[in-house]
Design a protein around this ligand. Sequence first.
Ligand code: ZN
Ligand code: ZN
Length: 595
Amino acid sequence: MKNKILTVIICFTIAGCSSNAQKQENKTVTDMDPQFDLFKANFIEELWKVYPTWASSQGYHKYDSILVVPNDASRAKELTFSKTNLDLLKTFDLTGLSDNNKTDYYMIENQLKSIDWAINEQKSYEWNPSEYNVSSAFAEILNGNYDSLDVRLRNFNLKMANIPAYYQAAKNNVKNPTLEHTQLAIDQNLGGISVFEKDFHEALNKVHFGEHEKQMMEANARESVKAINDYAEWLKKLDNKTPRNFRLGKELYAKKFEFDIQSGYTVDQIYEKAIAHKKELHQKMFELADKLWEKHIGGSIDVTLGKKGKVSKPTDSLELIKQVIDKISEKHVKPEEFQTAIEQQLPVLVDFIKKKDLIYIDPSKPLVVRKEPDYMAGVAGASISAPGPYDKNGNTYYNVGSLSGWDKEKAESYLREYNHYILQILNIHEAIPGHYTQLVYSNQSPSLIKSLFGNSAMIEGWAVYTERMMLENGYDDSPEMWLMYYKWNLRSTCNTILDYSVHTKNMSKEEAMNLLVREAFQQKTEAEGKWKRVSVTQVQLCCYFTGYTEIYDFREELKKQLGDKFNLKQFHEKFLSYGSAPVKYIKELMLKNPS
Ligand code: ZN
Ligand code: ZN
């Protein structure tokens, strides 16, 4: 029953309409927002029933004790959820919705259609055994501080009950998996076992449950460990004579790009842009390296030539760039100073942003730098863990991979990669004003939908955009920094070229290594890691360059349009105020109301 349609009559004045009244004129006659808000609230309630583990990860803990068994029944439930809500969406007239609800509408629609596509077309539940892994969901329950340890441990225990059935269903689902995802599933599942073998046990020692209850729980944990080990063993022995090719293929790839990236550009356009950008970066890098050669290398002796021979300047431009990059990479911190260096960087970035008036940074949301927790370990580097939209007061962590226990050579290579210059760019990207700042804004966004269905291209694009923005505003204007920045930017550019080429153009590993090592100046180990990543993910590597390109192009367009009235701080704050929506929708809204 549509009995609550509100009729809004607006702006009678014809001449001299106030700016406020002009804004209202954009509103449509039939305001369907109250109904749509109700629909959204219901939709999310239902969503969490279908995806309880996702709910927990977002800070909604009502269903913490439930682990869904991934079988035909649960997939049927997902499909029904998708269809029912797509039908409900159709009852809303888009013209009757506010701008914010319009984008929520599009994002919900995209989410629902992608559920259907994933189950009926992509079918990765058959060929990707690494989709089945319970450890991080359980680790989150142990590590969360939203409730007492007693409550969390009891939920942990209840959730464990379905683990054997979960892995049995996984075995039933898996058919001719790719070899790459099979190996990944083995590694990751075995890697996560410590959550049940060690972490849970330690947590249990901190609470005062009765002996009987504790023993029951320990027994459940042993069953869980057994189920995970069995799954890994089963995968190792799997008779897989016709494994699926890990390359997604042109058709599925284009569709996945549409769902996951939601770009204003097609995937082919983005690929062409990435190719052109790479060429442009090589040109700029050559100019800088050519100038820096004398200063850093010119006078030095070539040891292979004895005392007389000075190092000669390479004629090949990529070789010249590489040598200059190698030389200036020598400026880096000591292994034991890595985390401290990051900690000390953050206030410097905040000060610069304040001084230049680039964006408001909420001082009440602290960023805690910590050593990467064990359950995340394996990928050294840095990442941000932010509280979900339901626990806005939770800590935001900057996880830093530790170098302790690394041999000297490995640590040196890593530190040269994250040298004096790149470490600063990394901090801009991960923390301020990159991911951390964006997440703070995103959680303040009034739309739960946008917080939950965060668009990866917008999120990564923002972080990549801020790197360039900070340098453009004079953060470090040295040619060394710019050269290093271009190298870093080349990485996200080549991520896109690599992903697209591997999954749709049959790029070989050899060609990939040439792209990454020779054209993008990466260490061989990094390039090997990237090859591994591209063979187990699809499209994800495109989000950095796509989002960055869209945001940067949009800013330049708006600058042109507004001329003197363009204000960078306002642009940033307004852009982020829409939450993690696809850039194309933010752009549409901002262009409608540009001041
Ligand atoms: Zn060194
Ligand atoms: Zn990022």
